[in-house]
Write a protein that binds this ligand. Structure first.
Ligand code: AMP
Ligand code: ZN
Length: 134
């Protein structure tokens, strides 16, 4: 993808604060962090979102995320971590190159990664179970 900023960052054409790099991924600091240490895991090949991500990279991505999560925790002394991954504008995706957010969390940081719980009614549950086949 010629004009994809995350392709350029992942492949080192645009400099970034890099925490980790291997043949397939780069982990960088987010320029608009939710908390101290908010990092992004980027594959070096372009996939717009999770639906497009090849299976081999999907498998590797979670292992890199696991390593990065431990590095952030050990380095920064965080109490928790949110792994966030947005797909599509409706879900808040703004950069259309697959990425995972690693957001270190501290007790009482009010970073606001969350939602207001609704209610799962019997009718909705049955509808979903009927319609969704994974
Ligand atoms: P999303 O909303 O899931 O697409 O997340 C995009 C994220 O990329 C946001 O958290 C932005 O702060 C971050 N971001 C955008 N451009 C850059 C950049 N050039 N370097 C680092 N982070 C970026
Ligand atoms: Zn890209």
């Amino acid at each position: 993808m010629d004009n994809c900023i995350f392709c350029k960052i992942a492949n080192g054409e645009i400099p970034s604060a890099t925490l980790y790099e291997d043949d397939d991924f780069r982990v960088i600091l987010d320029l608009g962090p939710a908390t101290k240490g908010h990092a992004l895991l980027l594959p070096k090949t372009h996939a717009a979102n999770l639906y497009e991500l090849p299976d081999d990279l999907a498998e590797k991505a979670i292992l890199v995320a696991k390593k990065a999560a431990a590095g952030l925790r050990d380095g920064l002394g965080s109490d928790g971590l949110n792994l966030v991954q947005n797909n599509g504008e409706a879900a808040g995706q703004t950069v259309f190159h697959f990425h995972m957010h690693l957001i270190p969390r501290w007790k009482g940081d009010h970073a606001g990664v969350g939602w207001k719980p609704g209610t799962l009614t019997d009718e909705t549950r049955d509808e979903i179970l009927r319609k969704v086949h994974i």
